[in-house]
Design a protein around this ligand. Structure first.
Ligand code: ADP
Ligand code: ADP
Length: 227
């Protein structure tokens, strides 16, 4: 589903990514870890077409992310991304946050979008918050709403950039549980996180980055078995 070949990206003369090659099969979850500044966010932004890279190639569902196909816009709309800070629309209810893009971009009818949105809110455990405004939700609920909003677009791939690092400890588990549920449901995911418990539980493969390079890439069992 995601194929990255020899990706390279510099900011000026600062090398942010160097010769990064990765392959994520449909339905698999890859966890990316590594120190701050190692290029993890930049990698996710490249996959999502938010960043222009100077060398290499990225294919998502066989479409070249920097290739200039018209279909790429549709594909980008099918890559869901969740950030550290929840970025919900503050002046819209949780439900309206979920139906806006599906109606505008996916051309769903309001009724259809609302029905799908309620099912997704049910799935992430916050259906009872549907008509509330984001600021009245806990951090964990807001992040689950942000995940739900991404899911409402029916993405083929979900990207997570440190989704729990702004949360209080007691809220981390509820977000990781939702993510682990997504993994089990067969979503293709790339997750940047320091939560190694989640990695052990949910990842198929783990990648460790340092200074813009992949320094280790392994299946989860071998990653944790290493000395
Ligand atoms: P991580 O997500 O692992 O913390 P990033 O991908 O955010 O790492 O950053 C990788 C490197 O690129 C860091 O050295 C960071 O300072 C640098 N960087 C990231 N974004 C920019 C930018 N827009 N302009 C210049 N340098 C950047
Ligand atoms: P994170 O650690 O979650 O990646 P950062 O605080 O490093 O977040 O980066 C936040 C934003 O600032 C990102 O959009 C990134 O591209 C940008 N950024 C990071 N490092 C630099 C840098 N050295 N120069 C310019 N922009 C940067």
């Amino acid at each position: 589903m995601i194929e990255i070949k020899n990706l390279g990206l510099s900011y000026g003369n600062h090398l942010a990514l160097s010769d990064v090659s990765l392959h994520v099969e449909k339905g698999k979850t890859m966890v990316v870890c590594g120190p701050s500044g190692s290029g993890k966010s930049t990698l996710l932004r490249c996959i999502n077409g938010l960043e222009r890279f100077q060398s290499g190639e990225i294919f998502v569902d066989n479409f070249s992310v920097q290739g200039g196909h018209t279909d790429i816009y549709d594909l980008r709309a099918r890559i869901g991304m969740v950030f550290q800070h929840f970025e919900l629309y503050p002046h819209k209810t949780v439900l309206d946050n979920l139906i806006l893009a599906p109606v505008k971009v996916r051309k769903m009818t309001g009724t259809e979008a609302r029905k799908k949105a309620m099912a997704i809110l049910e799935q992430v455990g916050i259906a009872d918050q549907a008509n509330k405004y984001p600021a009245t939700l806990s951090g964990g609920q807001q992040q689950r709403a942000a995940i739900a909003r991404a899911l409402a677009m029916e993405p083929q791939v979900m990207l997570f950039d440190e989704p729990t690092s702004a949360l209080d400890p007691e809220m981390i588990k509820e977000v990781l549980d939702v993510m682990a549920g997504l993994t089990r449901s067969g979503m293709t995911m790339v997750v940047v996180t320091h939560e190694m418990g989640f990695a052990r539980r949910a990842a198929d493969e783990i990648v460790f980055m340092d200074k813009g390079r992949i320094v280790e890439k392994n299946n989860t069992r071998d990653f944790f078995a290493r000395p």
